[in-house]
Design a protein around this ligand. Sequence first.
Ligand SMILES: [Zn+2]
Length: 545
Amino acid sequence: MRVIRLSVSCLTAAICATSAQAQRRPPLAAAKLDGFKREAIADVDSRAKFTQQMVDQIFSFGELGFQEVETSKFLVKILRDNGFSVEEGVAGVPTAWVATWGSGKPVIAIGSDIDGIPQASQKPAVACHAPLVPGAPGHGEGHNTGQPVNITAILAVKKIMEREKLPGTIKVWPGVAEEQLGTKAYLVRAGVFKDVDVALFSHVSANLSVSWGPGNGSGLVSVLYSFEGQAAHAAGAPWRGRSALDAVELMDVGWNYRREHLRLQQRSHYVIPDGGDQPNVVPTTASVWYYFRELTYPQIKAMWAIGDSVAQGAALMTGTKLVQERVLGSAWPQHFNRPIAEAMFANIKRVGLPTWTDADQTLAKAVQKEMGSKEEGMPSKLDSTIAPDPEDRNMGGGSDDIGDVSWNVPTVTLRYPSNIPGLPGHHWSSAIASATPIAHKGATAGAKVMATTILDILTKPPLVDSAWAYFRNVQTKDTKYEPLMRPNEKPATFLNTDILERYRPQMRRFYYDPTKYGTYLEQLGIQYPTLRKSKEKCEDTPTVP
Ligand SMILES: [Zn+2]
């Protein structure tokens, strides 16, 4: 009877499921939950070595988006060894996977990005530009630290779940090619989040924080425009040629004029992946790759349409053809769940910031000085901003395709302090701290918050109910999710293949070997911290293992 009454009063299957669960399983007594949290925090501390090894290992792989082959192999093995069943090659992305453990509700999806930044190769702990492999990619954002946060947390919680027989399913997944905004919308399309109750994401930062509502950032669509012209001898018969490169150049000029008359919140940028072969051959092919960023789905679509018209105009002017307009990535603007963010924030206050040593502060200040930033060192106070700024204050900024997940299931992003504040980002300087005690301690602090928040979600069914109430009645009341990529579009898995083919053999020599060395710094023979040698010289001799 009770079940029947419930199913009548429930509007959707998901609400029914969580309400039914609330009926079956009362929230755990506060004191008991508190004990579990204390235990999980101690457990995460006891795994600090394991966390450090994961952080260092992924740092040493330094792989770019869609090419996270070693990283994924490494993470999948850890998860399989710990009893997770892993599906690989998810959503047509070779380096994407979903690892699942446990059974029943709630289903919690826990993710973090794993890709690096081009030309960001850098020796950790050296406070000036010192690439391990010149020109190679590296972790110039710190994405090497997120999965270690998650996995450490999950293993601590799993131990409690097994002993206490707590129902619940944990799904771990990687943000593949986040820098290309390349896969999360495809994971959504493949149904990875369809039975998920709450999604928890972690992202590197310089503080320990969480927020709800729309963040100060943009959504975007990433589009490749390819033109086709006609080859000719550029000096002998230029009148017979039609230059695809001319079309690219005129598209860029046209766009740069047009964007003066766009909303101030827009951000757009481009690179030219194909600009022809050599000057004496009129380029038959050329392409230009744009990111169009705006604050809402309709605004992104409108901007994209303007981009298309500028591309068509450029083709018309040059007598070339616009042969392809392909989406390489997309990201909805982010919106985070209020009840889950508030629960996480309580755990942040409980955990607090790591204790920074003099060595940590010396490194942080030296890097800030090197980059012309304020020499503030590492933060000593928690960032207490959890509520969103008024919407009219959002002038746009970066994007993360976690936005797509956030419009499909209640989601929050935990920011943990594994990097130095005040750096330009997407730059070798952001790799300096990423395999040092700053990154290691930041990841451990993040894992404590992640673990305690997972425990809240597992043991408090009303929290899940209120998360869905916010999601349905506030967040998605007037805004419904529609993917930015078109139904026929596929993940751009070819991206970065050439860069990794070129650099991987040299990068391989620097992979971390935890069976021989306690830390990556030890393997590289780098002193912590290493400061600039002189005004002219960063360091003495390059380190070769
Ligand atoms: Zn990122």
